[in-house]
Design a protein around this ligand. Structure first.
Ligand SMILES: O=P(O)(O)OC[C@H]1O[C@H](OP(=O)(O)OP(=O)(O)O)[C@H](O)[C@@H]1O
Ligand SMILES: Nc1ncnc2[nH]cnc12
Length: 248
């Protein structure tokens, strides 16, 4: 009996073994296919995120920008002779215009798939919003909250209590310095720098230098107003600049 059973056992064992090997093989192939699909999707997503933020249809200017432009007050010779001071305080007094201003930025940066900020797997693609003291603090935080990004204040000297890195710069009406807490931004993080206005571009250049020294990448600078005549945009070189209204 045992001699008769042996070929049967062996057959059974062989077929079970080859079935298990085949199953394992199939499982392995399925795993490979799933990983390939996942990696391809991830690469596509990374490519999408690394691409410059695309301009929406420029031909149809957003009507909200008119309201924003008309609520900026120009005060001549402030803070000194020859300066045409762009005062944003009337804009802040009008909740609709203030909301339109913030919404225009949110709409632009929400399109950048900022779910990555919430701690998903695309760690290196986090977008961080930085605001420049003082007027950059008005627009930066609501944008950061809406897109789920952290907010890093860039402050004037001796305001931050921790260890800082500093960058000096020249303004349309004097000299100044920006400081950022060491460790506020992580190596490789993608940063959006927000301010109310670009004039000579000195402030934004200082912000970009600070962030690059900390290992971050500034993906774009966003301002409400650009003073075209002062050519600040040219000083930003490769860093894109997005503005809502232009003034001379
Ligand atoms: O392009 P730039 O020539 O560098 O000028 C632009 C900067 O000037 C203003 O800030 P300011 O330093 O007057 O400080 P404030 O925001 O505290 O008023 C403005 O809010 C920008 O930050
Ligand atoms: N003309 C201007 N108006 C308001 N803020 C400014 N910052 C630098 N130049 C400015």
């Amino acid at each position: 009996m045992p001699t008769l059973c042996f070929p049967l056992y062996s057959l059974l064992f062989d077929s079970c073994f080859s079935f298990s090997v085949r199953s394992l093989h199939l499982l392995f192939i399925s795993y490979q296919i799933v990983s390939l699909i996942r990696d391809t999707r991830e690469r596509e997503r990374e490519r999408e995120m690394a691409a410059p933020i695309e301009e929406k249809d420029q031909a149809t200017e957003d009507p909200r920008k008119e309201g924003i432009a008309s609520s900026i007050r120009v005060v001549p010779h402030v803070p000194k002779g020859g300066i045409m001071f762009q005062d944003i305080t009337p804009l802040l007094l009008d909740p609709k215009v203030f909301k339109d201003t913030v919404d225009l930025f949110i709409e632009r940066y929400t399109g950048k798939d900022i779910s990555a900020v919430a701690g998903t797997r695309c760690r290196a693609l986090r977008i961080v919003v930085e605001g420049i003291e003082a007027r950059g603090f008005i627009f930066g935080p609501p944008i950061a909250l809406a897109i789920g990004a952290k907010f890093i204040p860039l402050r004037k000297p001796r305001k931050l209590p921790g260890e800082v890195i500093s960058e000096e710069y020249v303004l349309e009406y004097g000299r100044d310095c920006l400081e950022m807490h060491v460790g506020a931004v992580q190596q490789g993080e993608h940063v959006l720098v927000v301010d109310d206005l670009i004039a000579t571009g000195g402030t934004l250049c200082a912000a970009i230098n600070l962030l690059e020294r900390a290992g971050a990448k500034v993906v774009e600078c966003a301002c409400v107003i650009e003073l075209r005549e002062l050519k600040g945009r040219e000083r930003l070189k490769d860093t894109p600049l997005y503005v809502l209204v232009e003034s001379n």
